[in-house]
Write a protein that binds this ligand. Structure first.
Ligand SMILES: C[S@@+](CC[C@H](N)C(=O)[O-])C[C@H]1O[C@@H](n2cnc3c(N)ncnc32)[C@H](O)[C@@H]1O
Length: 380
C-alpha cells in the first residue's frame, strides 16, 4: 500500500520519469489508445496525453487515482482520459489499447501479481502487436560486501537484551532478503545478467537463473546483490544498479548465513529462483563458493519460505485434506454477500447486520463500515 508521499517519490525519480517521457514520445501517435495499468496518481497517463494519445485508460484500484480526474482537467486532457478505479484484471475496455505502460514491480520485477497481470492485460485488453512499456527487464547479480546490512539486522538476535538468548531467530533472519542501496565499490565481482523478462512474450511467472561470478576484488562478502535494468523501448530505459542515479528501487541483498572472506580467483556459483506462491513470490537462493586457497567448497541453501516460522496450525489449515468451516467474520461476510446478491442497499444490509449481531455491531454505523468494505472488495 503506497502513501501519497511514496507516489510523490515515484514522480521525482527523474531517470525513471525522463525515460518514460522519451519512450512515450517514440511510440504514441495521434491514433494511439494507451492503457496505463497501475496508474497511481496518473502521471504516466498525463505524459501519454502530452505525447498525443487519442485516448488513455488509467486503471488503478487505489483512491489516489482520483487525483488524475482533477489533474487531467487542469492540464486540458479531461476529454481523453478515462479513469477506471479497479484492478486491471477486473476491467474490460470498449476498445483494445495499442500501447500499455505499467510499473507493477517492487524493488525487483518478480513481485506480487505483476507477471500474471501483464499476461492477463496482454490477452484481454491489448491489440495484437501492441507496444508494452517496459519491453524487457534484465536481472543482474554480483557478490557484495555489505557489512552494515549484514550485521545490523543480525545484531539484535545475536546479543539479546538483558542476557536473553534470542539466537533461535537467526536462521529465519538469515533467510530474509534485505533492501539496500549499495555503491559500485561494494561489489567484489563483475555483475552477471541471470534472467531476462520479455513482456510482449512472457508466459512463465517463474524466474530462475544459474550463473558463476569470478571474484575480482578481495574482501568480506555477505551475499548476492540483485537489481534490474529496464528497456522501455529500444535504447531507452533506466537501471537500479549500484551507482545509478538514486531512484525509487535500490537493490536486494540475498544474504548468506555467514560472512565469507573471498580472494581474487574465488568462484561463486548461484542458483536464484523466484516462484509465485499465493499473491507473491517465494525466493530461493543456493550458493557454492570455491577457490584455489579454500579447503573445501562452501554451500548455502536459503529460502524466503524460512524467513518466518510457520505455525503447525497454519500448515494444517492449508493442507488439501483440511475442510475449513466459516469463522464468525466469514459468516457475516457471507450474509452481506447474499444480501448484495438479493439487491439490497448498503444501508438496509447494515441495519439487518446490526439487528442480527448486536454484540459484534453495536451500532448501525459500525455495521455500515463492515458492509461498505465487503461491497468495495466484492461488489460491482
Ligand atoms: C509502483 S506504482 C506506479 C504508479 C504510477 N504508474 C507511476 O509510475 O508513478 C504501482 C501501482 O500499481 C497498482 N497496481 C498493482 N497491480 C495492479 C493491477 N493489476 N491493476 C491496476 N493497478 C495495479 C498499485 O495499486 C500501485 O498504485
Amino acid at each position: 500500500m503506497f502513501s501519497l508521499a511514496d507516489f510523490g517519490r515515484m514522480i521525482t525519480d527523474s531517470a525513471r520519469l525522463e525515460a518514460h517521457v522519451e519512450a512515450l514520445r517514440r511510440v504514441v501517435t495521434p491514433d494511439s489508445v494507451v492503457l496505463d495499468v497501475g496508474a497511481g496518481t496518473g502521471i504516466m497517463s498525463l505524459l501519454a496525453c502530452r505525447a498525443g494519445a487519442r485516448r488513455v485508460y488509467a486503471v488503478e484500484p487505489s483512491d489516489v487515482v482520483q487525483l488524475l480526474v482533477e489533474a487531467a482537467r487542469d492540464n486540458g486532457y479531461a476529454e481523453r482520459v478515462v479513469v477506471l478505479q479497479r484492478r486491471s484484471t477486473e476491467v474490460t475496455l470498449p476498445e483494445r489499447a495499442d500501447v500499455m505502460v505499467s510499473d507493477l514491480r517492487g524493488v525487483l520485477p518478480p513481485y506480487g501479481t505483476h507477471f500474471a497481470d501483464v499476461i492477463d492485460a496482454r490477452a484481454r485488453l491489448l491489440a495484437p502487436g501492441a507496444r508494452l512499456l517496459p519491453t524487457r527487464d534484465t536481472l543482474w547479480a554480483a557478490v557484495a560486501s555489505a557489512p552494515e546490512a549484514f550485521h545490523d539486522r543480525r545484531a539484535v538476535w545475536l546479543d539479546g537484551p538483558r542476557g536473553l538468548d534470542l539466537r533461535s531467530a537467526l536462521r529465519h533472519v538469515d533467510n530474509t532478503t534485505v533492501r539496500m542501496r549499495a555503491r559500485p565499490d561494494d561489489l567484489l565481482t563483475a555483475p552477471v545478467p541471470w534472467a531476462t523478462l520479455h513482456y510482449p512474450t512472457l508466459t512463465d511467472r517463474r524466474v530462475r537463473g544459474e550463473e558463476t561470478c569470478q571474484v575480482t576484488r578481495p574482501g568480506a562478502a555477505h551475499g548476492l546483490l540483485v537489481w534490474f535494468d529496464t528497456e522501455l523501448v529500444e535504447g531507452v530505459g533506466h537501471s537500479s544498479a549500484p551507482g545509478a542515479p538514486a531512484g525509487i528501487y535500490g537493490q536486494i541483498l540475498f544474504p548468506w548465513p555467514a560472512e565469507e572472506p573471498l580472494e581474487v580467483g574465488d568462484r561463486v556459483t548461484f542458483d536464484l529462483r523466484a516462484d509465485p506462491v499465493g499473491g507473491d513470490y517465494l525466493w530461493t537462493w543456493e550458493t557454492r563458493i570455491s577457490g584455489p586457497n579454500r579447503a573445501a567448497e562452501t554451500r548455502h541453501r536459503q529460502s524466503s519460505f524460512m524467513s518466518l516460522p510457520p505455525s503447525a496450525d497454519a500448515i494444517r489449515r492449508r493442507a488439501p485434506g483440511y475442510a475449513p468451516t466459516l469463522s464468525p467474520a466469514g459468516a457475516e461476510t457471507l450474509a452481506v454477500l447474499e444480501a448484495m446478491r438479493a439487491g439490497r442497499t448498503i444501508g438496509v444490509i447494515a441495519e439487518e447486520l446490526h439487528a442480527a449481531h448486536p454484540a459484534r455491531f453495536p451500532s448501525v454505523a459500525k455495521a455500515h463500515g463492515f458492509v461498505a468494505e465487503v461491497a468495495r472488495l466484492y461488489g460491482a
